[in-house]
Design a protein around this ligand. Structure first.
Ligand code: SF4
Length: 456
């Protein structure tokens, strides 16, 4: 069996499953956020009754992160709905924007967009919060009401996005009926060359198979190249499985995975036992291809979908209006450090926005010193508009007052994961997806730029 089949077999109490089987699985963790949480709660109450209790409070994780730092009152209200539900159900894992369990969230416009406006529990983007707070474990099943839930596949976990109806059902039962996906194998050899990042790997692969090339399939990553990657790299790759239509991403579990998970579960007091699934000799794949990481170059996904692959070096004729670094895919500390490496001591030529994925990233960028200067300050000195308000922000557009949103037609190069028309705001805008290195180099020149021009 493939890694995905092994997890689904275990979770459904069977010795074997095969692609195409429909199985009921026991859910280890259900995650929801401010956009889909209220709807999920509505389904749960409608179907199970107003007084119903969730199947297991310790397995529900609620993370407000999408439309947070906005004056839009309906968005603020969504966070309050989550808080009321958490209180009613006694849920331990709620990363609230404010500290007062009886309070109401309201964004204070007078403080502006860049100054911190959250309490001590707030974390930021859900998919980056889940591993940080010790909710991702090898061999488990994670469902989330968000398509990029597949990011947790980096941890040898079956993780996928679901709708509010399924999530409401899970809240009541802890189970879900799921069709076992076929698996595709992406076998990585070699190592990435300087100037090339995990983002280039996934953009290259999606360019190969197309933005629907993995529809309802598991994307399994193997090979020595994969073991050479750190967990952030694996997360970047797993995150974008859905940009090829993938049901889930799946990485093998190695010592790096185990150390990462052990550290986070111990730090946060979350469940520490887990049982990874190991690679079998008898795996069956619907697609199997070897990639040489050392051959990859800085890659861009052009408007209007993540499969429109070009090399950055072929695009120097494309002028840009904006650069953006942020999101679950591209807003991790390692992403900002790569970006800062390129812009350090220089000045960006176009409007450039930086939105850390989590509050931990904010802290780490402020704490990391290079030549006596914090990375945060290096970024600001280069002209990057940094916000302390970690969230999804303009990755998915959001209300018109969202930090970094494309409110007029423009061309933006972005370290985010999705570029369908209107994704970051204005429908006539064009979004070019690239690595933090490429976004940084392009911010310096105002054109799509191969970052190797700035990296020795
Ligand atoms: S940062 Fe973007 S991709 Fe990630 S969860 Fe938020 S909206 Fe979705």
């Amino acid at each position: 069996m493939t890694l995905t089949e092994k997890i689904l077999a275990r979770a459904s109490g069977k010795t074997r499953v095969a692609a195409g089987d429909n199985v009921w699985v026991n859910v280890d963790v259900l995650m929801t956020h401010d956009v889909c949480g209220p709807g999920t709660i509505g389904v749960f109450k409608r179907e199970f009754g107003k007084a119903a209790k969730v199947w297991d409070p310790k397995r529900v994780v609620i993370i407000p992160d999408h439309y947070i730092f906005t004056a839009d009152s309906m968005s603020n209200r969504n966070v309050d709905i989550l808080r009321e539900f958490v209180k009613e159900q006694g849920l331990p894992y709620f990363y609230d924007v404010i500290d007062d369990p009886d309070g109401h969230w309201q964004f204070d416009v007078s403080k502006g967009q860049t100054q911190k406006q959250y309490g001590s529990k707030y974390t930021g983007v859900c998919h980056t919060t889940l591993p940080w707070k010790g909710h991702t474990r090898p061999g488990e099943i994670l469902f989330g009401t968000d398509s990029h839930t597949c990011m947790a596949g980096a941890f040898n976990q079956f993780a996928t996005g679901i709708g509010n109806t399924d999530a409401g059902f899970i809240l009541g039962t802890g189970k879900l009926l799921i069709k076992v996906p076929e698996s595709m194998r992406f076998f990585m050899e070699g190592a990435m060359q300087p100037g090339v990042m995990a983002k280039d790997v996934i953009l290259h692969v999606i360019g190969d198979i197309g933005f629907d090339g993995a529809t309802y399939r598991a994307m399994q990553w193997e090979g020595p190249g994969v073991y050479g990657m750190n967990m952030d790299d694996r997360m970047t790759i797993a995150n974008m499985a859905i940009e090829a239509g993938g049901k889930n991403a799946m990485f093998p579990c190695d010592q790096k995975t185990i150390d990462y998970v052990n550290e986070r579960t111990a730090e946060n007091g979350t469940k520490s036992e887990f049982e990874p699934v190991e690679l079998d000799g008898d795996q069956k794949f619907i697609y199997d291809k070897v990639f040489d990481l050392s051959k990859l170059e800085p890659t861009v996904a052009c408007h209007p979908d993540p499969g429109q692959r070009k090399l950055a070096k072929e695009m120097s004729n494309v002028s840009l209006d904006r650069a953006y670094i942020g999101s679950c895919t591209g807003g991790k500390t390692s992403d900002f450090l790569a970006f800062a490496q390129v812009v350090k001591g220089k000045t960006v030529k176009i409007d450039t926005f930086g939105v850390p994925a989590t509050t931990k990233v904010v802290q780490e960028l402020k704490d990391t010193q290079w030549d006596g200067q914090s990375v945060w300050s290096i970024l600001e000195s280069a002209g990057v508009r940094m916000t302390e308000n970690a969230s999804c922000a303009a990755c998915l557009g959001g209300p018109v007052d969202t930090f970094g949103r494309l409110n007029t037609p423009m061309k933006c190069i972005s370290a985010t994961n999705r570029n369908f028309p209107g994704r970051m705001g204005n429908k006539e805008s064009q979004v070019f997806l690239a690595s933090p290195y490429t976004v940084a180099a392009s911010a310096l020149t105002g054109k799509v730029t191969d970052p190797r021009e700035f990296i020795s």
